[in-house]
Ligand binder design. Sequence first.
Ligand SMILES: [Zn+2]
Length: 191
Amino acid sequence: MILDFLDEVRRTCAAHQIEVRLQPTEAVHVLESAEGCAGYFDAKARVLAVAVRSASWMEVVAHEFGHAQQFIDDQYRDQTAWEVWDRWLNNGVDFSKSAVDSAVETILKCELDAERRAVGHMSRYGLCHDIPRYVAAANGDLLRYRYARKHRVWPEVPDVDWRGLCPSEFVPLEKLKLTRRVESFIKAAST
Ligand SMILES: [Zn+2]
C-alpha cells in the first residue's frame, strides 16, 4: 500500500531530521537555477524531494528514499567521487584516468545500492506491477554512466522499455557491461 510506504518514509526521515517534500509539480529543482528532475535527496540540506505529478513518482520516492537510507547508514557521505565526475563530465576539468574510473565506479555502486533498496521497498509494499521492467530500466540508467565515461557526454535517453537490452535482474557491476548493442541504442536514442 502506497500510504503505508509513505508513512515509513516520513517516519524514518523525521527521525533523522530529513525533510520530505512531495511537491505537486512535474519537476523539482535542487537549486533554483538547476535543471528540473523527478526527485532528489540532498544530504547537505537534508531534503528528500519528489515531483508527484509524474507517472513514476512512487518509483522515484523509493529510489530517493534508498539514498536517504544510505545517508542514515553512513554510506557514501564522502562526495569526492561526485565532484570529480561532475567537474570532469560537465566542466571539462581533466583528472587522471584512474581518478575518473574510481569516481564512476563509486557512483555506480551507490546507484545500484539505491536501486536494490528501491526494489525492496516496492516489492514489500506491492508498489510496482512490473519489477523486471523496472530493474531493466535501472540497469539501463547505470549503463548511461558507462556510456558517459566512454564518450564524456551525458546521454539523455527518453523513457523506453529496456528489457531485451539490459538484464531484468540485478547483476554485479563487473558484469554490467556497455555492450555494442546497448551503446548504439543509447547513442541513437539520445541524439
Ligand atoms: Zn540515485
